[in-house]
Design a protein around this ligand. Sequence first.
Ligand code: PRP
Length: 179
Amino acid sequence: MMDQDIAYIMYTEQQLHERENELGKLLTKEYANRRPIFIGILRGVVVFYADMVRRIPIPCDFDFMSVTSYAGTTSSGRVKIDLDTRYDLLGRDVVILEDILDTGRTLKSVHDLLLQRHPASLKICALLDKPERRISDIEADWVGFTIPNEFVVGYGLDFNDSYRNLPYVGVLKPEIYEK
Ligand code: PRP
């Protein structure tokens, strides 16, 4: 089973839900009467996205992007859009949802790209933040947990496309990613 590859659980499902409840209240307050667009950056965000939208009980629009980021020579990096948003963002209140802010290349690129579409507001909510790894100049407006530089999987996060469906955030055993 996948559990055998996990060194330890960093956040249990209950801990994740409790923090999501807090974030949900903050976002509900911020966006009441504004019909925000929640843009999830596929695929890692799927679990967090489904949790968050159910904790923000206000009218909203669901949208998604899928991007591939490349390590570039500039700090902003580069990003290829594999799936773009379906809504026009002009004048809208937009919230980008992400599972993890790591080097920041992905979110920096997506954020800058979406700003060019002139939303009324553009904010970022990330479940996990790994500031030690940051290369690009980008921060989230809301963060679930700030974490050390450990190899985390589960709750949407993968290693070689596995472990996304673990119901917790766990640290992968080094022998798994070193072999
Ligand atoms: C992961 C994660 C973020 C990004 C964070 O996505 O979901 O989008 O990396 O890393 P960064 O801050 O260093 O850019 P990935 O590209 O692995 O795709 P996935 O969501 O499909 O797993």
